[in-house]
Design a protein. Sequence first.
Length: 260
Amino acid sequence: MNKFLLRALVLASVNIAVFADAQFRTRNRMDKLEDFDEQKFSWGFYLNGNRLDYRIVLHPRYGSEGNQNLVKSKESYSFGAGLIAKWRLNDYLDLRLEPGLQFAQRELTFNTQSNDQYAAGTLTNPPFTPIPLTEKDKVRDIKSTLVDVPVLLELHGNRWYNSRPYIAAGVNYVVNLQSNSDSEDDNLQQVFRSTTHNFAWSAEMGIQFYFNKFKLTPAIRGTFFMNNEKVADNANTPPYWATAMSTLQTRAVMFVLKFE
């Protein structure tokens, strides 16, 4: 974990602890925003830091050699922000729409030069002309700008003083604005392609803290893509890159701060 994100998480944890202490004191305590959760609709925004990487299922022939995986993913840390729209269903259930923008940069490494042994072709793959892989060929820095639209069903407990725990789960529609899916170039020209339109599921847990003017919610959310994001390389491209993977899926863990 990089030092900047670690410091940010430590600072956020200290602030949350101070807020929680203020919230739970019983001396001269008054419940805050008592009628806030009785609103049919409410609004807010959130900020988040996230950790992203890829779940990779390798091609049994082109993606591994013996016990060695030829394609590896390097995790990254980034940030995002979004809006919150809440619809109160009853005393224990809310439906939330939380569209946001997430920024990510991940790295894939292809140590696939050994696939030259299949240059003569196989029963299921045509022959190809081997090329020497340079360091530029082996590493792909993949930048993504994700429009994330999660719909979450929230189940919360009873309010305890000025706090309330909850869990939530739902589905996401995610648009990758930097997918390169329509590009005619592929990895042979150092262009990595992935799907533009994606679907995911999310699970979240957190604690809502009530203050005089707003409600603050620190939460942890996991988001996992359900579809295969891989876009195949062109037919004349050697099997060093996309062909070495059967499945490619984003997975993310987010620390979220919500303000309502």
